[in-house]
Design a protein around this ligand. Structure first.
Ligand SMILES: [Zn+2]
Length: 266
């Protein structure tokens, strides 16, 4: 459980979310409850927006489009949650993470075990899981329920990623990059939860311009955002390679891109 933060009041009034992160509320501006935790969501929104814009001019796999749309939804939900610290906005942050992970699990299972004959059963099973967790979470309203349910999907996703990187045509570097960013982010998320008091003390003695570097939940946003972004490309490229499409990864200053060749792989 995250610690209950300061009693700072601002534009959005009382905190009604079940979690209040380590960043001191309304410390930077009267209009945003957690300034750094809010604006760091830009890293979750901008790269997939560029990917979708780029895909409008070229044919792009639907998997990439769905993954990017899900990342943007999580980013907007997280932005609203950290800006307001309202319970309903918290749900807009957390539930899309659950749905996006369910979708990744579906895609990765199909890549790992083709031809996947129980595709319909998998869809029903994952939809049921997502619905069940949603109903339970809306009833019990305990953050740990969401965190554990989400973690279950993450473990399944990592297991499928490892299997695909060992046994399938794919770009393992994308998986390693994604896993490294996500794991490092998980460390900063944990520091934010466990060492909040120490972070507050630290902020009192350090120069003002270095304080953003102690916003460990905001750092989690940045690292997890790029980890999830790389993972979206890992899923898309692995699926295309499984379908014998000739596709390679490239990147430029805007972000990652997949280059499709007309020829088919043998
Ligand atoms: Zn957050």
């Amino acid at each position: 459980m995250a610690p209950i933060a300061s009693s700072g009041m601002g534009f959005w009034g009382n905190v009604t979310s079940t979690i209040d992160w380590c960043e001191k509320n309304y410390d930077t501006t009267y209009y945003i409850a957690e300034f750094w935790n809010t604006i760091s969501n830009i890293f979750l929104i901008i790269p997939p927006v560029f990917s979708i814009i780029r895909s409008m001019t070229k044919s792009t796999d639907i998997v990439l489009l769905i993954c990017c749309a899900q990342l943007i939804a999580v980013g907007i939900g997280s932005w609203l949650f950290h800006m307001t610290l309202k319970y309903h906005m918290q749900l807009l942050d957390e539930l899309p993470m659950l749905y996006a992970s369910s979708f990744s699990t579906y895609v990765l299972t199909k890549i790992a075990f083709p031809p996947f004959k129980k595709s319909f059963a998998l869809k029903i099973g994952l939809t049921f899981y997502a619905l069940l967790v949603t109903i339970l979470y809306l009833t019990i309203k305990h953050p740990l329920l969401f965190q554990l349910s989400y973690l279950v999907l993450i473990f399944v996703i990592v297991a499928l990623d490892i299997y695909i990187s060992k046994h399938k045509r794919c770009n393992p570097k994308l998986f390693y990059c994604s896993a490294f960013l996500y794991c490092t982010g998980a460390v900063t998320w944990t520091i934010d939860n466990l060492f909040c008091e120490n972070l507050h003390q630290f902020r009192q003695v350090m120069p003002q311009f270095l304080i953003p570097l102690t916003q460990t939940h905001a750092i989690w946003h940045c690292l997890a955002a790029y980890g999830a972004y790389c993972h979206a490309y890992f899923c898309t490229q692995s699926k295309a390679l499984e379908e014998r499409k000739n596709v390679r990864l490239s990147w430029d200053w805007i972000g990652l891109k997949l280059l499709y060749d007309e020829s088919k792989l043998k």
